[in-house]
Every structure is written in C-alpha cells, then in structure tokens.
Design a protein around this ligand. Structure first.
Ligand code: ADP
Ligand code: MG
Length: 296
C-alpha cells in the first residue's frame, strides 16, 4: 500500500515547551488514522505542521512521496478550527462560498450535503443549525474539491451524545468513500470506533502505533489475587518493576516491565508462602495502555 504521509523526526518547541519530540508517523492510503493522546500531547501541533500552518524546528514530512510538492493543498481537506460560515446564508450557499475561495467550479453540493445528512436543511440559514449540524457542514466543506485525504482535529469536541454519534457515523462514511482520514482525538473510544490505525502520542513522542484492535503494548499485565489480601499487597509493593494499577473484585491488575520474567512472580509468591486464588498473565490492551498513559 502506498504511503500518503511520512513524518520523520519532527520536533517543535514553543519557547521552553517541547511540543513535539522526534515524532515519526506513517499514514498509508485508505487508513483512517487516529492520532490519540491526552490534551497537550502535540496533536494539533502535528496537524498544523503537516498542513504547513506551523513550521517545525527540525525533522520533515512528505505528502504522497513528494509527487506533488510539500504542500499539495488541493489533495487535502482539513478543518483545524470551526470555519467562519456566514450565519445569515444557507448551508449550501456557505459551501458555495468555500468552493469559490478554493477555486473549485464543478462540484456536486447536493451529494456532499447528503453525505453529511444535511440535505433536508440545506436551504436553512446557518444560524439555525445545531452545533452538530454546524460541525457536519464543516465536514462537508472539507470534502469540496474531492480531496484524497481529509484531516480532522477533535471532530466531536463540544457535541452532545447524539451529535457525537452522527459525526462518527459521517466520518465512517467519508472513509468508506475511499478517502484517507487523519484525525486527532483525546478520546480512546472515538478512535477505537472510527479508526483503522492509531498512533498513541504523549509529550510529543510516539508511544506506540499499529492497527486498532491489534495494538498491544510490549508490557505484560498480570491479574493476581490471593486469599490473604494484606500479604498480597505487601508482596506486590515489594516486587521491583511491577505496578499495581487497579483492584478488581478480588484481584489486582498490575503492569510488569517487559523485561521482567513473569514466571518468576508466581514462584516468588509460592516461596513467600502466599497462596494465590487467581493468576493470569496477558498482554496489555490498547485501553489499558491508554489508561496507564493518561493517568500521570
Ligand atoms: N502557540 C503556543 N504557544 C505556546 N505553547 C503552545 C502553543 N501551542 C501549543 N502549545 C503547547 O504545546 C504542547 C502541545 O500542544 P497541542 O499540540 O495543542 O496539543 P494537543 O492538540 O495534543 O492538545 C502543549 O504543552 C501546549 O500547551
Ligand atoms: Mg489539540
């Protein structure tokens, strides 16, 4: 599959704040690529740089293998902020204005209004739209000119649950129309529901990347329970490279550094006279990893 975007060793500082720290990402054609990270992790900065709105301090990025130059804007549709639509003009007239600004003549505005479920309201004035409808019109605006890639930054921010569900549904449809999608989000659930691929970033660094659903971290998780709860806690607290993360009904979930031989844990427990009631070793899931990441 072709690479549509390659980001290499991107770094960016705002004064003393390190927003991006040697970030590497690769997006392939057809991906619905989620950049997932807590607030302040560098998502918007990354999008700003690949859209040539911001300049990186070092590193580089390449769109479409460099075929169309460094800023092939015609191939990319993006909303970074809510665009300035005219409140007293209709939805469809607003789209026509966007098309004019972009220099696009022949375009099927009705089709794109159908795609974002606004066809029935296309002749209503923008100011009468709900927040969710405004966001959907913004999505429609990114589609003008049939870009190959569309980019969204936190597309469901500020929407109510119904609006969120609608926007998610539309983003799926956008991707099904054969476009690649890059979206930034701090919401794991959203990325899991919409995206095919995910890159988890924190403090401007890539922590892990892969297909949604298959992405597992290198860390092990153990579930460990014992009849004597105090003794178990003491045992876990004394164990190096092991962190208690959550207490479930009657066992602890702990992350274990990938270099720790997990077999040694049950042996050590046995030698310490601790009788285990529950012991399972598994790889950490995306959700668990993201919880660990966003916790501190
Ligand atoms: N214009 C700016 N001036 C100073 N610091 C900024 C600016 N924009 C972003 N930052 C800082 O850079 C870091 C990354 O921000 P941002 O890319 O907006 O993260 P995200 O989109 O993941 O929330 C944060 O620490 C943020 O406070
Ligand atoms: Mg942001």
């Amino acid at each position: 599959m072709d690479t549509i975007l390659n980001i290499r060793n991107l770094s960016k500082n705002y004064g003393r704040i390190k927003a991006l720290d040697n970030l590497n990402l690769e997006v392939k054609r057809g991906n619905i690529y989620g950049i997932l990270g807590p607030n302040g992790s560098g998502k918007t900065t990354t999008l700003g740089i690949i859209l040539s709105i911001l300049k990186a301090d070092s590193g580089n990025f390449e769109w479409f293998g460099g075929q169309f130059g460094s800023n092939p804007r015609k191939k990319i549709g993006a909303i970074l902020e809510t665009p300035n639509f005219y409140p007293y003009k209709t939805g469809i007239d607003n789209l026509k204005i966007v098309a004019k600004i972009k220099g696009i003549k022949d375009f099927d505005f009705d089709e794109v209004m159908r795609l974002v479920n606004l066809e029935h309201r296309k002749l209503s004035k923008f100011r009468t739209y709900s927040l969710g409808m405004k966001q959907r019109l913004a999505i429609a605006a990114t589609m003008i000119g049939n870009p190959e890639v569309v980019i969204f930054d936190e597309p469901t921010n500020g929407l109510d649950p119904k609006g969120i569900a609608e926007v998610r549904h539309i983003l799926k449809r956008v991707s099904e129309s054969g476009r690649s999608v890059i979206m930034a989000s701090h919401i794991l659930d959203e990325v899991e529901k919409i995206c095919s691929h995910v890159a988890i970033i924190k403090n401007g660094k890539l922590l892990s990347t892969g297909m949604v659903g298959e992405l597992l971290s290198d860390n092990y998780l153990i579930e460990i329970g014992a009849f004597n709860k105090e003794k178990l806690e003491q045992f876990l607290d004394d164990f190096e490279h092991l962190n208690k993360t959550r207490f479930m009904n009657d066992y602890w979930i702990c992350t274990v550094d990938k270099n720790t031989p997990v077999e040694s844990i049950s042996n050590k427990a046995f030698n310490a006279g601790l009788i285990l009631s529950h012991y399972i070793v598994r790889k950490q899931s995306l959700e668990e990893e993201f919880l660990t990441i966003t916790k501190n």
